[in-house]
Design a binder for this molecule. Structure first.
Ligand code: EPU
Length: 339
């Protein structure tokens, strides 16, 4: 068995490795540069009775102050065009690649399809886990397949689109969080690019002459920058709650009371509401609780004003859930993972 002792970093500080900048340490850190190291990592950890936690960009997690095990940072790199068909270009990227850099690189290659997903923080390997989405698009729209290490069998396995069971901010990987480690993903980008401008803020581009993936990407970057606080300036984890999908009659009651409520009818007859709107209408936009608060810019974003720990975020999230539930009768589901 490979002895990883020399590669482990003791008392590993994770404050700069989570976008909420929570105070967090791990008994050990391990930088995983190659997916081939996974079997040795898990063998070693089980022989030493150490838990293993995987971390990508740290943009969708609420880390505990201490983790008594190994936190493995996914740092595998590499992206390339692997195949061309009559209709698509197949791009493959390692899990540790930064998601936005991958989007920008595809656009530089003249490939469209990912531009609406620009500037989403985090790594490529984390993208399928919660089926990242923004501006009318989601990962599933461009997804081809992925490779994952199955901790249960110790073998690599390939997942096609159906096997991933993608849904709104959901996938099979979310339901079996300790089983699979995504190592590579492949995206099928269409040769006949058509812009996806259905989302408010992008629609006005439709009259623009020279429309290209780059023009759309730049607009998405401008929109995100104007709406969402930058985690490098004000640490946050993006949207903190899912937009709730409720029965049509519940949405109708809310709309009857306030016709300005954003509502999006779904294919299954239910209606998606805006969690940010519900939080704002509950009077919590800009609300502060100790070192954390609800962003003044976007009510769906919880921010760390400095020195916060997991418990501060947990208390604020719980207060928001209770307030929204007593005001609207709707229970919000947190998006980031507490780990
Ligand atoms: N709204 C308010 N008050 C606020 C914020 C928003 O009333 O403080 C209202 C807006 O006026 C708008 C509606 O809520 O009518 C929706 O807001 P926005 O367009 O900002 O989108 P969102 O539903 O809050 C979702 C995703 C984002 C994604 C945007 C754009 C979820 C949980 N979040 O946010 O994803 O960037 O749409 O497509 O689905 C993320 O997951 O981290 C994330 C940022």
């Amino acid at each position: 068995m490979t002895d990883l002792t020399a590669s482990l970093i003791p008392d590993f500080d994770l404050a700069s490795r989570n976008t909420l900048a929570l105070q967090a340490r791990s008994r050990f850190g391990f930088v995983l540069e190659d997916a081939d190291q996974l079997p040795a990592l898990f063998d070693y950890a089980s022989s030493e009775a150490l838990a293993v936690r995987l971390l990508g960009g740290g943009s969708n997690v609420v880390l505990a102050p201490g983790f008594d095990g190994i936190t493995a940072l996914i740092a595998s790199r590499g992206r390339r065009i692997v195949d061309e068909t009559a209709t698509h270009t197949l791009v493959e990227a390692a899990a540790g690649e930064n998601w936005h850099d991958l989007v920008a690189w595809t656009v530089e290659q003249g490939l469209g399809g990912l531009e609406n997903l620009a500037l989403i923080p985090g790594t490529t390997g984390a993208a399928p886990v919660q089926n990242i989405g923004a501006y009318g698009s989601e990962l599933a729209n461009s997804f081809h397949s992925l490779d994952a290490f199955d901790r249960r069998t110790g073998k690599m396995t390939v997942f096609g689109l159906q096997a991933c069971a993608f849904a709104y901010r959901d996938s099979v990987f979310k339901h079996e969080p300790d089983r699979y480690v995504v190592t590579k993903i492949r995206l099928a980008l269409p040769k006949a690019w058509r812009p996806n401008l259905g989302f408010a803020g992008l629609a006005e581009l439709s009259g623009a002459g020279d429309l290209s993936p780059r023009v759309v990407m730049e607009r998405v970057i401008a929109l995100r920058t104007s709406k969402l606080p930058d985690w490098r300036v004000t640490p946050n984890a993006g949207s903190f709650f899912h937009n709730p999908v409720v029965a049509a009659d519940i949405a109708a009651q809310i709309l009857e009371e306030d016709t300005s409520a954003p509502s999006y009818p779904q294919a299954d007859g239910r209606t998606k509401l805006s969690a940010g709107w519900l939080i704002e209408k509950s009077g919590l936009k800009g609300y502060r609780m100790g070192p954390v608060g609800v962003s003044e810019r976007h009510a769906l974003v919880l921010v760390n004003y400095g020195g916060a720990q997991q418990s501060h975020i947990a208390a604020l999230a719980s207060h928001i859930r209770q307030t929204v539930q007593s005001r609207f009768g709707i229970i919000l589901t947190p998006e980031p993972i507490f780990c």
